[in-house]
Design a protein around this ligand. Sequence first.
Ligand code: HEC
Length: 282
Amino acid sequence: MMASRLPTMFRKNGLPAAAAAFAAASAASASVTLLDEEDVVHAPHYPWRHQGYFSSFDHAALRRGYQVYREVCASCHSLHYIRFRELVGVTHTKEEVKQMAMDVDVLDGPNDQGEMFERPGKPYDVIPSPYPNKEAGRAANGGAYPPDLSLMVKARHNGADYVFALLTGYCDPPAGKEMMPGLHYNPYFPGGAISMPPPLNDGGVEYEDGTEATISQQARDIAQFLSWTAEPESEERKKNACKYMVVLAFMALSVGYYKRWKWAPLKTRQIAYVKGVGGAPH
Ligand code: HEC
């Protein structure tokens, strides 16, 4: 409403009234935002190594991150947009990936009798959900479905920061905040009450490279792994961008040179009108 009144006020009372109206409008929207934001703390920004224009992922961290996913998160969350084979050369070798896929049961079928059956996974399978359907997932988690994590980092504002903050942010609710049974206080989750119990524990996994598995180390590793799952193409894209930029720079130089070369005779000529020279016009 403020916005629709603004032009009239501007015309009638000139600039000061318009400025006042603008200040009032922005104060109103600020208070609305404050109300929305009261229940959530924004994740601080962390210096992720992979976020530079020329930087790649920390692959040791990705490997540890997959381990955290498999041993902790996979009991509730799927990674439906990632196939096992995509991990080859990123976190694991081909043989390891084959083995990892085989350790997971995958639903396949129907067979000749029209029945679905389970078989050991193959590298071309997607990383499956632990639940046969959403309803089962909800039933097992107090009504909240554990969302697929493949694109989570893209689906949330500053995703990697958010995942890290969420996983390390569990704490006691402030005095006066009533928690419903089955909900856990986490100031980074909008509303502050999340159905996911704190998933990480100190030493909850045992890293094969000897890294100490503190909660923040595991959160850091899984946040990076989920950044990769959200953008598995990012390293390739950055590499290609470097090539394209070099080619584009050469093209810009040669186009610039060509332009100057074409225009040189026109730009450097001098046109002089001299009376009485050249005779009468045709
Ligand atoms: C016991 C089951 C369980 C485990 C284990 C678990 N989660 Fe969750 N997770 C949930 C549930 C349930 C939700 C939905 C929460 C809600 O909507 O209140 C959720 C939600 C999330 C969300 C989305 C929050 C949002 O903004 O919507 C992220 C991110 C997440 N989990 C990450 C993880 C990671 C990473 C791990 C492994 C370290 C993990 N979870 C382990 C049950 C689990």
